[in-house]
Design a protein around this ligand. Structure first.
Ligand code: BTN
Length: 258
């Protein structure tokens, strides 16, 4: 693992990553960042590790990543957002990470609703947003990012759907350079986002999404339905035209029907 000093050298952000917590291993960077949030730590703090023993994914899943090969980190933020719009922070992170990967690999990234980044149709990055509210206002959010960078081997269950930058580009990538680029993109986009202005983020996200106009099946905890994706709502939901009318979904797994 890089040291904190090494990671901060050359980082040109004003806010994001100015406070940095680095661990060789930890249970989950999101769990740690939430404890920092509860303790009143300033926004912009980043928790980074080489290995998680209890890495968390969306919908109660686990996030497993080979030690020392990937980027596993969480950013703590305190933007002035109402509860309904806080989900948009996932889009903010997705765009920042997508732009950084595109810069480093020269490949195009696809954004898949709600929280995945795809390279050549396979998932290379997942984002886990967790938020804490006080009186309908956001107190803090932690945005956890798991980016498969140099991992070459995936379990048989994952190998059909997951990939890494190294696997797709047949080259190894410098994790520190990539992390800097991501934090710098976030720092730039956060000027608008911190005051609830997501226009740029949503248009950058939609440019990288191929879901609009496609037939999809959305599976939730206990139901599933099919329809055509019309657009993304102003608070980050997926607007779907179904046989019974328009529906907006905020969570679930989406599969594009061929
Ligand atoms: C998903 O695709 O389900 C989201 C995965 C998010 C994984 C990252 S790794 C760093 C951070 N800490 C966690 O425990 N989870 C997120």
């Amino acid at each position: 693992m890089y040291s904190k000093e090494e990671l901060q050298r050359g980082l040109s952000t004003r806010l994001i990553g100015r406070k940095l917590f680095v661990f060789d291993h930890i249970d989950s960077t999101n769990t740690c960042a939430k404890a920092l949030g509860d303790a009143g730590t300033d926004e912009g703090a980043v928790v980074l590790t080489d290995f998680q023993t209890q890495g968390k994914g969306r919908l109660g899943r686990t996030w497993n990543a080979e030690p020392g090969s990937n980027l596993l980190f969480t950013v703590l933020l305190r933007p002035q957002l109402a509860e309904e719009t806080s989900n948009l922070l996932t889009f903010f992170a997705a765009v920042a990470v997508a732009k950084a990967i595109e810069f480093v690999t020269k490949r195009t990234i696809e954004c898949k609703w709600p929280n995945d980044l795809l390279l050549n149709g396979k998932k290379c990055c997942g984002i886990l947003l967790e938020s804490s509210f006080k009186k309908n206002k956001l107190d803090y959010s932690v945005i956890g990012i798991g980016l498969n960078v140099n991992q070459k081997v995936f379990t048989p269950e994952l190998s059909l759907s997951a990939t890494s930058l190294a696997q797709e580009c047949e080259a190894e990538f410098d994790r520190k350079q990539l992390l800097h680029r991501i934090l710098e993109q976030m720092d730039f986009l956060y000027d608008d986002v911190r005051v609830g202005q997501f226009d740029r983020v949503l248009s950058e996200w939609q440019e990288r999404s191929s879901m609009i106009g496609k037939s999809v099946t959305v599976s939730g905890y206990n139901n599933s339905f099919t329809g055509t994706v019309m657009s993304i709502s102003t608070n980050g939901g997926l607007i779907i035209k179904t046989a019974r009318g328009l529906a907006t979904v905020y969570a679930g797994d989406v599969q594009i029907n061929q």
